[in-house]
Each structure stands twice: as structure tokens, then as C-alpha cells.
Design a protein around this ligand. Structure first.
Ligand code: XMP
Length: 516
């Protein structure tokens, strides 16, 4: 069964993916497409709803993105947001002008009776970000909301099902934004809300079985959320025909490799191959202190081991990976999934090309249509443990970027122990859900201390905890002093060779989340 489709036409707005996620949260399948997508192609996709995103331009800029008038003749309801709202007005003969007072941030609007504002109080707060406004609406349109500085905060031509809002309903700062999007989807477009995760799982398993038949599938499992959920789905579809290759370079957190192996072999029917290669990695990393050089070495070794194992396992069949929808949008791959042996492969280090001598019949990306939060929902439904489904981001080079200076077996052990104690204490203190990412770092520093009657000269542990929505910027977390005190006590008492603890109070920028 094919789901109803809402298309988000992207005019360069920063919130394009957020709009799609919000629409999907309402149970309507949604895809982001470039504004350059030919009208014929849009017609073929048979959307039930179209949304124009915002964008940084003014409609009168020479290089501003435009759209053919034909889109308004498709008889598909359209919602224009911010730049999309100006574009609708401009294309249909209205006038867009520069604001005397631009509006940025939370703004009160007064809305009139309209299907788009159903259930929304007359006065409500929205998120504005614009320097232009609609000074004259096109023929057939009426204004349905205004603010102190903007005479047209929303307009509509209900007969033609064309709606436009100057503000951003997709951001949480718009108090009734979710309701407004819901109104568009259900009151105006009459969507069925047929995008349900249980159906997704059942349909995907069916499609995977049809595609794979009796062939073999090989998947690179990193222990991260995406590859774990992809492995779960594939196992449900084809069981033992699935081989998961898990490369443990010895730079994971304490006991993490064992946990991944134990979980997958217990929960899922599959062939699980774990390649343990810590010794090989430490050997290659000997004497290297430069952060970039370390990253490169870890990446290079990882691919070597990984591709060697994949090569051994590949005899036709399929190569599967946990690519998700945002990866495809960002790599410009849109909807086509890669075919043949030169496909771009997502590993936890980067997007890389598969060596040409490795031959598969095709690439399978069972999560290629999902956003991260949807992947997590699927993972939970498949019974994958919370620790994996809600796993914090963990860098591909692992603890390698959290050990400053040369990486040695001893340092890995100290950091693994310290990190485990820190995580345990945070969990016990009940603040885990308030932190986005937290971990320990081992700087290349020793300091003097005293233990009993002895002078010590030992390692320093730095602890790092941040809160962030998008990792582009991050705040250091204000962990209460009593919790920090417990962490410090436990680290110095329980972890051998640690005699001092510091807390990193740097936000990003100017710092980064990781230390290297
Ligand atoms: P930074 O340190 O750049 O980190 O502020 C932002 C987020 O990215 C994660 N990170 C990585 N993830 N490979 C990854 O898969 C890497 O090389 C890498 N470096 C940083 C980091 O943990 C944080 O969540």
C-alpha cells in the first residue's frame, strides 16, 4: 500500500527538514523536494498536500528561487510559509514590499476565522523572521491574520485551497504551530494519517523479502542507532541470510563491544561476525600525537579491516546499510538508492566509496525514508534495548578523539573506566535525560596529588556534559555541585591512576563538543 504524500518544496529555508518531520508526526508521509523539481514530476508523485518552505531571499532578488504558476493549477492544497508565502502572493499577482519594521522572534498575531486557525485562540504567539511582507494580496485572497507591524500575517484563497502564513508554524516557539499544520493537513487537505510505524515495519519486511529472495545480505554494524535498527529489520525479514560485520577497534566504551554482540545474537536471528582488532589499531597509532593524523589513521585502518571482511563475505547478494533520510537529502541522493559496486557507503566515519573490486547485486537501505526519531520508534518496536535506541552520538574514531596525545592500551583502559563511572553516576543521579551528551576525556596531563601519606603524580580526567538541539552550538550543562562532587570522589577513588578531576565549562562555540 502506498502512503499519501505531502511534498515540502524547498526554497532554501533552514527549517525544511523540520517541516517534514512535523508533518510526519501527524501521521502523513512527507518528502522534501527541490523547488526546481519539474511540475510533471510533482504531478506523477500525486501529492495530497504541498508546502512551500521559507528561504533567505526576497522575491525581487535577481537570483531568488521562483516557481511556475502551473503549480497552483494542480488542484492540490498549498501552504506557503514565510518566503513561500511571499512567493505565492508574488506569483499570483499580489505585491510584496519591504517592512518598515522587520519582525524577528516571538510575535503576537490576531487571527480571524479560518480553517487554518481552527482551535487556535484569536490572539496567539508565533515565530516571525522576515524583512518583507505582503502589502497587497492577490485577487481572490483575503487576509486572515495580522500583527502590530505586519498587516498580512496570513492569507488564503479557500476556494482554491491556497493558504499562506508569514510566520513559522514548524518551530516550537509558535504556540499553536502544530495545530496550524494539523489544520492544513486534516481540515484542508483531508489527509488520512496513514503513515504509521507498525505499517512501515510490516511493509518494509515484506518488500525486503521480495527484493532479497534467497540471496545473502551483508551489513556493516557499528553499534550506532541507524545500523542497529537496519540490522533488526533485515533480520526480521530474512533471518540467517543476513550477515552483520561488526569491527571492534578497541576504542569503544567499556564493555560496549560485548554488549552489542550479546544483544544482537540474543535478539535476532543472523550471522554475527565480530572482528576484534585493538592490538592492530594500537600498533598503527604508536607515536602519533597529532589529532588529525590520529583520526586519519583510525579511519584508514577501520576501512582496511572492514572492507577486507566485507570482501570475504561478498559473493553477489546485497550490501545493506543504515542510511537515513537526512543522509540522503544531504548527500543530494534524493530518492534513488545506490546501485552497483561504486555506491557511496555510509560508515560511522563518513560517506565513502566502496572499493570497486567488491561486487554486490545492489545496495539496500531499509531506513532511507526515515528521520532519526522515526528510526528510534522502529527500533523500540523491534525490541532493541533503550541503550542502543537512545544511544548518545559517539564519534566514529571512538575514544581515540578523547585521549589526547599518544593512544596506549593503558590510557584506553583508564578512560573506559572513568567514562563508565561518570555515566553510572549521572544515571543514578536522575539527570541523564536532561543532558544531550556526556563523557570523560583523558588529557595528556599529569598532576601532583597526595594519597594517604604518598605523593602521586598521575592522570587528570576531564568530564564534559552538554545540552544542544543540533550540535552546531551547545551549552555546557549546569550539573549541580553535589553530583559533580560524587563524580569527583568516585573517579579518584575507583579509577586507578586518576588523582584529579576537572569539569569542562566551555560552550560551543568557542569550544567543540569533543576535545580533538
Ligand atoms: P564537535 O566536537 O564537532 O562534535 O562539536 C559535534 C558532534 O559530532 C560528534 N562527532 C563525531 N561523530 N565522527 C562522528 O561520527 C566523528 O569523527 C565525530 N567527531 C565529533 C560529537 O560526538 C558530537 O556529538
Amino acid at each position: 500500500m502506498k502512503n499519501q504524500l505531502c511534498i515540502v518544496l524547498d526554497f532554501g529555508g533552514q527549517y525544511n527538514q523540520l517541516i517534514a518531520r512535523r508533518v510526519r508526526d501527524w501521521g502523513v508521509y512527507c518528502e522534501v523536494k527541490s523547488y526546481k523539481t519539474p511540475i510533471e514530476e510533482i504531478k506523477k508523485m500525486n501529492p495530497v498536500a504541498i508546502i512551500f518552505t521559507g528561504g533567505p531571499n526576497s522575491v525581487y532578488d535577481e537570483k531568488s528561487p521562483h516557481i511556475s504558476k502551473e503549480i497552483f493549477e494542480l488542484n492540490v492544497p498549498i501552504l506557503g510559509i514565510c518566503y513561500g508565502c511571499h512567493l505565492m502572493a508574488y506569483t499570483l499577482g499580489g505585491v510584496v514590499s519591504q517592512c518598515d519594521n522587520s519582525e524577528y522572534g516571538k510575535t503576537e498575531i490576531i487571527s480571524k476565522q479560518s480553517a487554518i486557525f481552527k482551535g487556535v485562540p484569536e490572539k496567539n504567539i508565533v515565530w516571525m523572521s522576515h524583512g518583507d511582507y505582503i502589502s497587497r494580496v492577490p485577487e481572490g485572497f483575503k487576509i486572515t491574520a495580522y500583527s502590530k507591524d505586519c498587516p498580512c500575517a496570513a492569507m488564503e484563497n479557500a476556494a482554491k485551497k491556497l493558504y499562506a502564513v508569514q510566520f513559522h508554524p514548524e518551530v516550537t516557539h509558535s504556540e499553536y504551530g502544530k495545530q496550524i499544520l494539523r489544520n492544513f493537513l486534516f481540515e484542508i487537505c483531508h489527509c488520512k494519517g496513514d503513515w504509521v510505524m507498525d505499517d512501515f515495519i510490516a511493509n518494509t519486511i515484506k518488500q525486503l523479502r521480495e527484493k532479497i529472495g534467497s540471496k545473502k545480505v551483508v551489513l556493516g554494524l557499528s553499534g550506532g542507532v541507524d545500523s542497529s535498527v537496519a540490522a533488526g529489520l533485515l533480520s526480521r525479514a530474512v533471518g540467517k541470510q543476513l550477515t552483520c560485520v561488526f569491527v571492534d577497534q578497541g576504542l569503544m566504551r567499556k564493555d560496549e563491544g560485548d554488549f552489542v554482540e550479546e544483544t544482537f545474537t540474543r535478539l535476532f536471528d543472523m550471522t554475527f561476525i565480530r572482528v576484534n582488532c585493538q592490538k592492530q589499531f594500537i600498533e598503527k597509532l604508536k607515536g602519533i600525537t597529532d589529532p588529525e593524523e590520529k583520526r586519519k589513521t583510525i579511519g584508514r585502518e577501520f576501512y582496511k579491516v572492514f572492507w577486507d571482511k566485507i570482501r570475504e563475505e561478498a559473493d553477489g547478494g546485497f550490501f545493506a546499510q543504515g542510511t537515513i533520510y537526512p543522509d540522503r537529502i544531504e548527500s543530494g541522493k534524493g530518492n534513488e538508492s545506490g546501485k552497483g559496486s561504486t555506491a557511496t557507503i555510509k560508515t560511522h566515519h563518513n560517506m565513502v566509496k566502496m572499493p570497486e573490486d567488491i561486487q554486490f547485486d545492489g545496495i539496500i537501505e531499509p531506513l532511507g525514508d526515515l528521520f532519526k526519531d522515526e528510526v528510534r520508534k522502529v527500533g523500540e518496536k523491534l525490541g532493541i534495548p533503550k541503550e542502543l535506541v537512545w544511544r548518545q552520538p559517539f564519534p566514529g574514531p571512538g575514544l581515540g578523539v578523547r585521549i589526547m596525545g599518544e593512544i596506549t592500551e593503558e590510557k584506553i583502559k583508564i578512560l573506559q573506566e572513568a567514562d563508565a563511572v561518570f555515566r553510572d553516576e549521572i544515571r543514578k543521579s536522575g539527570i541523564e535525560d536532561q543532558l544531550t551528551q556526556f563523557f570523560a576525556v583523558l588529557p595528556d596531563v599529569r598532576t601532583v596529588g597526595v594519597m594517604g601519606d604518598h605523593r602521586t603524580y598521575d592522570h587528570l580526567i576531564a568530564i564534559r556534559a552538554v545540552t544542544t538541539d543540533d550540535f552546531m552550538t551547545a551549552d555546557w550543562a549546569k550539573i549541580p555541585y553535589d553530583i559533580l562532587a560524587n563524580v569527583s570522589n568516585r573517579l579518584t577513588n575507583e579509577v586507578e591512576h586518576v588523582n584529579r578531576v576537572v569539569y569542562d565549562i566551555t560552550s560551543k562555540p568557542p569550544g567543540t563538543v569533543e576535545w580533538e
